[in-house]
Write a protein that binds this ligand. Structure first.
Ligand SMILES: Cc1cc2nc3c(=O)[nH]c(=O)nc-3n(C[C@H](O)[C@H](O)[C@H](O)COP(=O)(O)O)c2cc1C
Length: 214
């Protein structure tokens, strides 16, 4: 079958545009992914610095890391643990667990624990909770997250590691209990994990992976 030349030309032009279009989309996608990753790194560094004061440690906290795999930390993926030391002695660990049961999905946390098991602080590094309802977990929306500072497994006692609605010590938000409930639960579980694994968290060689506690 002989097609008119004008149709062949039009089809060729369309094909060319499609190829150029796909190439442009791929390029933009690649660039955006790189930018998101470097933004996340910058946020992580900044957040770590705000959690562990610079004069507490003299090691490279971003490099002195191990990964741990334990479902207590809310995920089946390896979780990074940043270790702060001064003169070679452990000072604090910052764990990056997940609260899996937020209203709109997972909430990524950083939980800084001193070697004595008390919380230096907690920060949310990413979430998709509803603006105006679940987002007071962000430090730029409210100071709710600072309520964890200084807490530990026995402060408050286990039965009060809940939001007030459930009989615990931690505030919920107006019309939004699911988000703070998920964060309180994840922080408590992280403390239990830290308490069970404290020594091996600091003893493991940097860069190594630790499985669940036998
Ligand atoms: C569109 C929509 C978005 C919501 N987003 C959240 C949220 O991000 N976090 C949350 O805890 N509750 C959220 N809620 C409310 C929950 O459905 C639930 O009612 C609430 O968490 C229970 O808290 P309460 O017992 O204090 O009412 C949302 C509700 C609706 C309708």
């Amino acid at each position: 079958m002989n097609l008119p030349k004008s149709i062949i030309n039009a089809a060729a032009a369309l094909g060319l545009f499609a190829v150029i279009g796909m190439g442009l989309v791929a390029l933009v996608h690649h660039g955006t992914e790189d930018r998101i990753e470097s933004n996340e790194q910058a946020v992580l560094r900044h957040t770590l610095e705000s959690l562990v004061p610079a004069d507490w440690f003299d090691n490279d906290i971003l490099a002195d890391t191990i990964t741990v795999s334990d479902l207590t930390l809310g995920t089946d993926k390896p979780v990074t643990v940043y270790r702060a030391r001064k003169n070679g002695k452990p000072v604090a660990a910052v764990l990056s667990p997940i609260a899996p049961d937020g209203y709109n999905g997972t909430i990524k946390l950083l939980v800084a624990v001193r070697t004595d098991g008390s919380l230096r602080g907690v920060r949310v590094i990413s979430h998709r909770e509803t603006p105006g309802l679940g987002d007071p977990i962000d430090t730029d929306k409210s100071d709710w997250i600072f309520g964890f500072d200084g807490r530990s497994l026995d402060n408050p006692p286990e039965s009060r590691w809940k939001v007030k609605r459930d009989g615990g010590d931690f505030d919920q938000f107006t019309g939004a209990t699911i988000t703070p409930r998920a964060v309180v639960k994840a922080v408590y579980k992280t403390l239990t994990f830290f308490n069970r694994n404290r020594d091996r968290l600091f003893d493991q060689e940097s860069g190594s992976s630790v499985g669940p506690n036998p």
